[in-house]
Design a protein around this ligand. Structure first.
Ligand SMILES: NC(=O)c1ccc[n+]([C@@H]2O[C@H](COP(=O)([O-])OP(=O)(O)OC[C@H]3O[C@@H](n4cnc5c(N)ncnc54)[C@H](O)[C@@H]3O)[C@@H](O)[C@H]2O)c1
Length: 275
């Protein structure tokens, strides 16, 4: 698998939005000032929103995606970002990409976000589709984590954030393979939090409720988006930007006491009872 690094006509300087801005004479530092984050599947959707939010708090972000055009386009919108065209299920390729990003100034944060969505009744799932889902969702998370661990440890510690889903806790039609992968991500998160704690690496998961993204919209139709919205006590869906804010919280000093958790962000969908 091809793996290239593209410095997308950007300086590796503080992003334009928030950090280092002077307000009333005070210099405001971003919560992730000086940090470097590698985010998989960040060419679009939630990964891109996490990247934008982390960059707005001062982080230099690597937008890693199997779709090189998406990666470059997303990186072009985020000051300081670099694009990597990489398939996370390819151990050699993702290791080379993470090594290359870390060689430019270290690595503090890994976000395992890439996914291959497919919903179907289990009896209709082909071996090819199941392999692809497992390779991206589970192996991809394992390979990226392996590759990132020595680099984050070399910084004296840092954070990993894995994308889970509330689908682990509720019945979702035709989603047995997808939800099983996310259940595995939760277990992996807890195990790695325990294993990597002595290296001062915190490992947590974010479990979003349904969010309108290109991937999720390929498996959820308009009627079912509306149903999901109406089921939540807040009567709204969460947004990618809100997931980005939670990722910043977990990755920043504010989250220093938190490891091994899966944090749900779902407008209360999973605690909702009959109306
Ligand atoms: N959208 C939701 O409703 C929702 C809810 C809960 C959890 N999540 C989780 O959030 C994460 C992001 O979801 P999304 O909705 O933004 O998905 P999406 O499909 O819109 O975006 C996924 C990105 O991953 C990239 N990708 C796919 N295979 C890859 C590979 N092998 N290597 C590198 N990149 C690859 C795609 O090109 C795409 O840019 C996923 O882990 C998903 O399970 C999403």
């Amino acid at each position: 698998m091809k793996q290239t690094k593209d410095a997308v006509d950007k300086e590796q300087s503080a992003p334009e939005c928030c950090p280092d801005t002077k307000q009333n004479g005070d210099v405001q530092m971003g919560k992730l000032q000086g940090k470097r984050a590698f985010i998989t599947g960040a060419g679009r959707g939630i990964g891109k929103d996490i990247a934008a939010k982390m960059a707005s708090e001062g982080a230099v972000v690597a937008i890693a995606d199997i779709d090189g055009d998406l990666a470059k386009s997303a990186a072009g919108e985020i000051l300081g970002a670099v694009a990597f065209t990489v398939d996370v299920s390819n151990r050699k390729a993702v290791t080379a990409a993470i090594d290359s990003f870390a060689a430019d100034g270290g690595l503090d944060i890994l976000v395992n976000n890439a996914v291959y969505f497919n919903y179907a009744p289990l009896v209709e799932m082909t071996e090819e589709i199941v392999d692809k889902m497992l390779n991206v969702g589970i192996k991809g998370t394992i390979w990226s984590t392996q590759a990132a661990t020595p680099h984050i440890a070399a910084q004296g510690g840092g954070t990993m954030i894995n994308l889970s889903s509330i689908a682990v806790s509720v019945g979702i039609a035709r989603a047995a393979v997808y939800t099983s992968i996310k259940g595995a991500v939760d277990a992996f998160t807890r195990q790695q939090a325990d294993e990597l704690g002595p290296l001062k690496i915190r490992v947590n998961a974010l479990a979003p409720g349904p969010i309108v993204t290109p991937g999720a919209s390929s498996v959820i139709n308009a009627e079912n988006w509306e149903k999901r919205k109406n089921m939540s006590p807040l009567g709204r869906l969460v947004t990618g930007e809100e997931i980005g804010a939670a990722a910043v919280f977990l990755a920043s000093e504010d989250g220093r006491g938190i490891t091994g958790v899966t944090l749900k962000l779902d407008s209360g969908l999973t605690i909702s009872g009959p109306k």
